[in-house]
Design a protein around this ligand. Structure first.
Ligand SMILES: CC(C)(COP(=O)(O)OP(=O)(O)OC[C@H]1O[C@@H](n2cnc3c(N)ncnc32)[C@H](O)[C@@H]1OP(=O)(O)O)[C@@H](O)C(=O)NCCC(=O)NCCS
Length: 245
């Protein structure tokens, strides 16, 4: 059975998520170098936030990492930008995905080597031109069939789901987002707060032709999406296990 571990982390007064100043025991040498190259505070903040969440997640789900100092775990990015972890210089098997928005970071990890992707997105209204640029005609029809008060949520959730799929494929937005088509079969569940994961459909995505599974939920005016690419849908579905922050 596959487990996908996830964490939603919020920087608070007691968690210095926005300052690397006391990070001697927290960052690896590679992370320090990466931080030093970042010129904008906003980028540094999201980098720190993502590392706080991801190291907490890995220590919560991998028993062999639980007790080790955090600076021995290094969260790095490959040439595409896709994240992975090294422990004492050795790459941790499995797949990792990270998203940040405002003061929160959302991340997921699986020991399996098939792609996962996550995204965290603030619910906000978007223009018609945003829809036309980034969504397929079928998606636009589904968005516009929603009651007006649900449209911002629908569009945010679909946008977030596209980003999660493109992260699982490790391309990011280098690919036309209309190559990923999303649909929400349980539109009655499109509500302000969803305490559990709700499945959505990935109707099409760029090659290779994986079978996709996707889930979404709403938490404090933000949408969380999580996707898994699979070779075979006959496998039992993964267990989505939260690691509390
Ligand atoms: C990946 C991408 C979709 C992220 O979206 P976003 O809403 O800006 O940011 P999020 O907070 O949700 O995600 C950022 C995280 O995505 C991950 N990521 C970046 N590129 C990735 C890729 N190719 N595949 C998988 N994950 C990727 C990283 O972990 C990053 O966090 P980190 O740098 O702190 O490690 C977007 O940045 C992108 O497409 N980048 C690559 C292409 C590019 O640079 N295009 C220029 C703009 S069109």
């Amino acid at each position: 059975m596959t487990f996908i571990y996830w964490m939603l982390y919020t920087a608070g007064a007691d968690s210095p998520g926005f300052s690397p100043s006391n990070g001697k025991d927290f960052f690896s040498a590679v992370e320090w170098e990466h931080l030093a190259r970042m010129r904008f505070a906003l980028r540094r903040n999201s980098f720190v936030l993502g590392r706080k969440a991801t190291k907490g997640l890995l220590q919560g789900c991998c028993s062999e990492l639980k007790e080790i100092p955090k600076n021995r775990i290094s969260i790095e990015n490959d040439a595409s930008g896709a994240p992975y972890a090294r422990v004492d210089g050795k790459r941790l098997p499995g797949r990792l995905s990270i998203s940040h928005s405002g003061v929160r970071a959302f991340c997921a990890y699986t020991e399996d080597n098939i792609g996962i992707g996550v995204d965290l997105e603030e619910i906000q209204p978007r223009s018609k031109s945003f829809l036309l640029d980034y969504f397929t005609p079928a998606e636009i029809a589904e968005a516009e069939s929603q009651p007006l008060e649900r449209q911002a949520l629908w569009i945010t959730a679909a946008w977030s789901a596209k980003e999660a799929v493109l992260k699982a494929l490790q391309t990011g937005l280098r690919v036309d987002t209309r190559q990923v088509a999303i649909s929400f079969p349980e539109t009655d569940k499109l509500a302000k707060d969803t305490p559990a994961w709700i499945p959505f459909l990935v109707n099409k995505a760029p090659e290779p032709a994986y079978q996709w599974q996707g889930w979404w939920r709403v938490d404090e005016q933000q949408v969380l999406t999580l996707v898994q690419a699979r070779m075979d849908l006959l496998e039992s579905p993964p267990v989505l296990k939260e690691i509390p922050a």
